[in-house]
Design a protein around this ligand. Structure first.
Ligand SMILES: NC(=O)c1ccc[n+]([C@@H]2O[C@H](COP(=O)([O-])OP(=O)(O)OC[C@H]3O[C@@H](n4cnc5c(N)ncnc54)[C@H](OP(=O)(O)O)[C@@H]3O)[C@@H](O)[C@H]2O)c1
Length: 334
């Protein structure tokens, strides 16, 4: 038997239970991974409430990425061995002691990589690297605004941008989050608060953002929050800037007057990292290798703010809804 965090019906996060279930056995093409570490991500809070695009059969475990050791191998798996260290992305199932997973979803861990870093950097750094490098076409002369900068993907974007020596303005909801971003390398911060912004407050925010930019406008805007923050941010974009649509953590998917794109000559660029990994696996693998190298050489320095035992995954998921996640939160099987 093994333990797993189980969602038995869509509902509040408090309904999740940490229970014994039978060990998984690998089907054709699968391996079983003994999970050492799993990382928390924004969709973990949505999927258990039935608010996410994927709705797994019950019971299921949330948790979309992790790292561990292969303990069993099914038929037709030739390139992995028992005892090998791997990281994986799975959509759901990582908040457990073991997971049966297709071998195509595994990445071999390189020498020197830890379970903690391997699990914490796949989605956050994978997304932010793809967003800034391929979709944003980042260059050294750029100035960037990152909204939701202290969260998982936001802080990864800050780390990657600073590794490329560009000026970054961080947008966050609280002073505590602003302090973290400054310590982490942000050149300037703007605190936009946690309340919904009316038209007047949106104008104020737009002016504040422009004031914090050295050029008076941003070449790239990396938006993880959406809602009432998007339009004021878009109004602060530079001529021919690129607005990277990453997520809508603040709730609403904003409806933007398209004349803003015309007036600014700017690009509004969608970023969907999960789909990118399927459509462009080679480019994704190149990105993963580059991120790994940059972490090993300390050009990138992922920030893990909290380490909790796996059985406390419910507490970790609650932090997302309470807007309390800083950098990456990881869950450890002790
Ligand atoms: N497009 C893609 O391929 C892709 C890939 C990964 C993630 N994402 C998306 O990126 C966003 C951030 O993901 P993450 O894993 O970095 O999450 P996270 O670590 O929980 O960070 C979320 C950030 O959103 C901000 N936020 C604003 N309103 C919020 C609210 N009502 N509740 C919670 N947070 C709120 C928070 O910053 P402030 O309090 O400072 O506003 C927080 O730092 C999510 O929307 C996620 O779905 C997209």
């Amino acid at each position: 038997m093994m333990k797993a965090l189980l969602c038995k019906d869509f509902g509040p996060v408090e309904n999740l239970v940490w229970e014994d279930i039978p060990d998984p056995t690998p089907k054709d093409g699968e391996v079983v991974v003994d999970i050492k570490v799993a990382a928390l991500n924004f969709p973990d809070n949505l999927i258990v409430q039935g608010l996410y695009q994927f709705k797994p059969n019950f019971p299921f475990s949330p948790g979309s990425e992790g790292a561990g050791v292969i303990s069993a191998i099914g038929k037709n798996v030739h390139n992995f061995q028992i005892g090998e260290k791997v990281s994986f992305m799975c959509g759901w199932g990582a908040f457990a002691e073991k997971l049966a997973i297709n071998h195509k979803q595994l990445i071999k861990m390189t020498e020197g990589m830890t379970f903690e870093l391997a699990s914490a950097t796949q989605i956050a750094y994978g997304t932010s690297y793809h967003a800034l490098i391929q979709r944003g076409r980042l260059n050294q002369d750029h100035e960037i605004l990152i909204l939701g900068c202290s969260g998982g993907v936001g802080l990864a974007a800050l780390d990657i941008a600073k590794a490329h020596n560009v000026r970054v303005v961080a947008g966050v909801s609280t002073e505590e989050k602003a302090d973290l971003c400054k310590q982490y390398g942000a050149d300037e911060v703007v605190v936009y608060g946690s309340d919904k912004l009316d038209k007047e407050s949106q104008k104020d925010l737009s002016n504040k953002l422009k004031e914090k930019s050295k050029k008076g406008a941003f070449d790239i805007i990396y938006d993880t929050v959406g809602d009432c923050y998007t339009e004021p941010a878009l109004r602060s974009i530079n001529w021919k800037g690129r607005y990277l649509v990453i997520g809508f953590a603040a709730g609403e998917i904003p409806k933007i007057p398209l004349n803003l794109a015309l007036l600014k000559g700017c690009e509004i660029v969608g970023v969907f990292w999960g789909a990118f990994t399927g459509h462009e696996p080679k480019q994704n693998m190149n990105n993963i290798i580059e991120i790994g190298k940059m972490i090993s050489s300390k050009k990138l320095n992922p920030f893990i703010s909290k380490k909790l035992p796996m059985k406390s995954a419910t507490d970790a998921i609650k932090m997302i809804g309470e807007r309390k996640v800083l950098g990456k939160v990881i869950l450890i099987n002790e």
